[in-house]
Design a binder for this molecule. Structure first.
Ligand SMILES: Nc1ncnc2c1ncn2[C@@H]1O[C@H](COP(=O)(O)OP(=O)(O)OP(=O)(O)O)[C@@H](O)[C@H]1O
Ligand SMILES: [Mg+2]
Length: 325
């Protein structure tokens, strides 16, 4: 088909309200562009169509009310929908690329599966507190319009002492039943509690069963685990993940990016960013975001549209003293 024929077909399907036909013509356009050697454009078109299909699927599959886990699972998993987008995170380019690759592989999982390939879906996030691990899990869920199920390991151990393996099995069964992002937070809680003598046996059992379930799992859900203390984790664990992504303290560009993004609704003309960024050195992404918010609040309550150097320096210094106790 020529470009104008495509256009007519698109319009027809739009007027008819035939969404599936509309997307299918869009895919034909993508194929046409690919044949002309316009690979990037073709890919962009396919990405958009995939995203539209995924959104529609999730929307119509959305159980009403939200598939809240029931019974014992309710104590282990909390369910939510996420509006967080990757674009609201300020990330080093390499890290951002790795997250985008996960999203692309997930969005195009049908195409990969047709060739017997699996999208990456078991991800370990490693990094200090406040470096954006939880936000990443939310952003992946938001981008993929999947429900976010947060599994709290700590309660697994404290509440279900002695029956953790069977509870974990329930969590992994849920993954097969409801496609989603399953976020295993406070992974390090397991390691940290190793020191408490009573728990050692139980913790080993939790880790071992987690390893086994993780290895066996071949559902379509994403499994994301986060830890502050990779050194406490069993090396055997690392091999079970498709990707291990490291987070660190922000460099000056990232710090500046977070501050400016958070203050984008305010006038910051003439701000000496270099000085501000230097003052914020050592603070985590979370603390920097928080300092920007505090400075913004101060301006709002003073009826100002400008956030000043003093506002920011004061907020940063307050963050620094409150974290260096
Ligand atoms: N890369 C980032 N860009 C913008 N804001 C960020 C970024 N990373 C963190 N933040 C801000 O910091 C807050 C806390 O980050 P998050 O909860 O994701 O950290 P974490 O790594 O999970 O920490 P913890 O180990 O304590 O759980 C986020 O809600 C967000 O406001
Ligand atoms: Mg977190």
């Amino acid at each position: 088909m020529t470009a104008s024929k495509h256009l007519i077909a698109l319009l027809r399907s739009h007027i008819d309200g035939d969404n599936e036909q509309f997307l299918s013509v869009a895919m034909q356009v993508a194929a046409h562009e690919a044949r002309l050697g316009h690979g990037t454009l073709a890919q962009q078109l396919r990405d958009i169509v995939d995203e539209a299909r995924m959104r529609k699927a999730t929307r119509s599959n959305r159980p009403v009310p939200l598939a809240q886990p029931k019974g014992d699972l309710a104590a282990l998993i909390s369910a939510s929908y996420s509006d967080t987008r990757l674009s609201s995170m300020v990330l080093p380019e390499a890290l951002s690329q790795r997250l985008k690759r996960i999203i692309t592989e997930q969005r195009q999982h049908h195409r990969l599966l047709e060739h017997g390939l699996r999208p990456r879906r078991k991800i370990l996030l490693v990094g200090p507190p406040g470096s954006g691990k939880t936000m990443t899990a939310a952003a992946l869920a938001g981008e993929l319009t999947l429900p976010l199920f947060t599994v709290v390991f700590e309660s697994l151990i404290t509440r279900f002492m002695g029956e953790t393996a069977s509870k974990l099995r329930q969590v992994f069964d849920a993954m097969a039943e409801t496609r989603g992002v399953y976020f295993f937070d406070e992974f390090d809680a397991i390691g940290a509690r190793r020191a408490e003598r009573n728990d050692v046996g139980e913790i080993r059992r939790v880790l071992n069963s987690f390893l086994q379930f993780l290895e066996k799992d071949d559902t379509d859900s994403l499994i994301i685990a986060a830890t502050n203390h990779p050194e406490l984790l069993d090396p055997a664990l690392f091999r079970r993940f498709d990707d291990i992504i490291h987070y660190g303290l922000p460099d000056p560009d990232i710090s500046g990016g977070i501050l400016k993004a958070r203050l984008s609704g305010f006038d910051t003309k003439g701000m000496r960013w270099k000085e501000i960024i230097e003052a914020s050195a050592g603070l985590s992404q979370a603390e920097i975001a928080r300092a920007a918010e505090e400075a913004a609040k101060r301006a709002i309550l003073d009826d100002r549209t400008t956030v000043t150097r003093q506002d920011l320096l004061a907020a940063i210094s307050e963050r620094k003293t409150s974290t260096s106790h």
